[in-house]
Design a protein around this ligand. Structure first.
Ligand code: FES
Length: 582
């Protein structure tokens, strides 16, 4: 079938025609191999070729419904006159990859970019959801700059233990602390294991997956309402076929990410992130996405937006509810309606309409879940940026997930040189650690981890847990899970392994945290810090081969998004994408 008689649908303008249209030997090969795959000419040629990039594997625990969803996306593509082809990409599994899934985000992004560039593809549906798959897919698609639509995996059902609803991560940390304190029977722990993850889908607290899905929607990269639909809800299957139908139209109209991802779209998404008290991880991903899109963004933008944005979504870990409650309360369009005075409403989105058009008529159905502006969960945003002598290039903290009394605190540093060092010593009853001390973990950043693992919510020492202590000030160059909580200053930059002051903190030094003043300071004389740094030696590269070597040599610090230097783009929104080079 050819759509050449429909205005604006001239197959000769499709990128895939470079492979299939010419009457030459090479194109004979391409067409004959489509026949080999069982496709007749009228099924494939003259139609937009839609790549469905599926980040599924038998080890991608949150994407177990994707084999079914792929078929529903294909259904939509066929209905709209496209030619769908599934292309598997790296299934970055948050729960099973070591040292951390974050280490492989950039590898997924590179794979996505190259898969799209090298194949006869006109447009793509990006299927992801588990934490790093969202930024990885989007980063690659931004760099390839072909029309793309994101289909979020959707959150899993609420967890259950007896009469209690369990939230991914958040309740695990809570019950683990109880178990360490000797207040939880092993059989209860095993029952929690059975009930905490009850279906396909992503973590159903406002962790990194839920945050990044909301980011994708508020950037304009999903269909309206897509980010909160539970993974096993029938509406999710309908959203999948809807993505399939829409992407064909996007291919014909050449609606590329570079037309959607403007500076204003990023500001909308950061505002949304603050209003939902999103994961601290989002900041690293925002910086990487903006770097790909050529949008100038720094940590200071986040703090400025945080100061003016109330937290209205009452979701764990900062609040009370879970993602299916948010969906039933009206979903993200309802959240956006509530903060619409803070948004730029004329930003273009993947359905060809503006953000304002998409949320017109959206309604908040439950004020307990999406709080009114007169009664927000917090009057200012979910994440703050701190600077000071311990974090000259910045660090982040999520005050909504911390004990308020600790947000202004001075204490004695107790330093752990690495994660194994911390594990070996943290629970030692002879350590003398008190609740007023400040726990410091270093060599856990982008280079040190490597990959900046989610070690930043250092465990409370067991002797203190037994005394009832549940929060302490903790500082690291690591990240923490979006489902975590506590007074944790994270992403300290420069990290210790790159020679930041964190590298030379000594046990016994005093550290002052002052979130109101946005400061994190090592209370040691400047000349003494300089003397210690002059004696400091950088650690050796962890691996001399393969991807690990590339990662070590090219990864940027947390305040630049931890992308590879050679993949950032400085051209600004709308700048020309990489020309076809082969
Ligand atoms: Fe996949 Fe949490 S483990 S989203």
């Amino acid at each position: 079938m050819s759509d050449s008689r429909i205005p604006g649908r001239d197959p000769s303008r499709l990128r895939s025609q470079r492979w299939f249209a010419p009457d030459d030997l090479r194109s004979f090969g391409h067409r004959s191999r489509l026949r080999q795959m069982g496709y007749a000419a009228e099924e494939a040629e003259g139609r937009p070729v839609i790549a469905i990039l599926n980040s599924w594997s038998d080890l991608s625990q949150c994407h177990t419904h994707f084999p079914e969803r792929v078929e529903q996306v294909k259904r939509g593509v066929w209905q709209a006159g496209g030619f769908p082809l599934e292309i598997p990409v790296l299934a970055v599994s948050e729960m099973f990859m070591k040292p951390t899934a974050m280490f492989y985000r950039n590898l997924l992004a590179m794979e996505v970019e190259e898969v799209l560039r090298s194949h006869p593809v006109d447009a793509a549906v990006l299927m992801g959801g588990c934490d790093k798959t969202v930024p990885g897919l989007l980063m690659g698609a931004i760099s390839a700059d072909l029309p793309a639509i994101f289909l979020p995996a959707g959150p899993m059902l609420a967890g259950r233990y007896r009469d209690q609803r369990l939230g991914s991560g958040t309740d695990v940390w809570k019950y683990w602390a109880q178990r360490q304190a000797g207040c939880l029977e092993p059989c209860v722990w095993r029952q929690l294991e059975e009930g905490i993850a009850r279906s396909a889908g992503t973590c159903m607290t406002m962790g990194t997956a839920s945050t990044m899905a909301a980011v994708a929607e508020s950037l304009g990269m999903t269909l309206p309402g897509a980010s909160t639909i539970p993974a096993v809800h029938a509406a999710h299957a309908r959203m999948a076929s809807g993505c399939g139908r829409r992407i064909v139209e996007m291919a014909w109209s050449d609606l590329r990410p570079s037309r959607i991802l403007t500076a204003a779209a990023f500001e909308n998404a950061i505002t949304t992130d603050m209003a939902i008290a999103g994961s601290t991880n989002a900041i690293v991903h925002f910086l990487a996405l903006a770097g790909r899109a050529g949008v100038s963004l720094s940590l200071d933008h986040f703090d400025a937006i945080s100061r003016r944005t109330p937290v209205v979504a009452n979701l764990r870990p900062a609040g009370e509810f879970l993602m299916e409650d948010l969906h039933d309360a009206g979903g993200l369009p309802a959240v956006l309606t509530r903060i619409s005075h803070l948004l730029t409403l004329d930003c273009l989105t993947v359905n060809g309409r503006t953000l304002g058009e998409n949320i017109a008529g959206a309604e908040v159905i439950d004020d307990r879940v999406i709080r009114p502006l007169s009664n927000p969960l917090s009057p200012t945003g979910g994440t703050c940026v701190l600077r000071g002598s311990l974090a000259p290039h910045g660090c982040v903290i999520k005050p909504t997930a911390a004990e308020p009394r600790l947000l202004s605190h001075t204490g004695r540093a107790v330093v752990f040189d690495s994660y194994p060092d911390m594990k070996a010593r943290i629970d030692d009853p002879a350590s003398g650690i008190t609740a007023d001390d400040v726990l410091v973990l270093r060599n856990a950043g982008p280079l040190g981890g490597p990959g900046m693992p989610e070690w930043g919510m250092l465990p409370i020492p067991k002797p203190l847990l037994e005394q009832g202590v549940r929060d302490m000030v903790r500082i690291s160059d690591a990240r923490m899970s979006g489902t975590s909580y506590g007074t944790c200053a994270l992403h300290v930059a420069p990290e210790a392994a790159a020679g930041g002051p964190l590298a030379v903190v000594q046990t016994g030094d005093l550290i002052r945290l002052d979130v109101e003043a946005r400061r994190l300071d090592l209370l040691v004389d400047e000349s003494e810090i300089a003397r210690r740094l002059a004696d400091w030696q950088p650690p050796a590269r962890r691996s001399n081969r393969g991807y690990a070597r590339l990662y070590h040599d090219e990864v940027t610090q947390a305040d630049h998004g931890c992308d590879f230097r050679f993949l950032e783009r400085g051209g600004g929104p709308g700048a020309e994408a990489e020309p076809e080079i082969f």
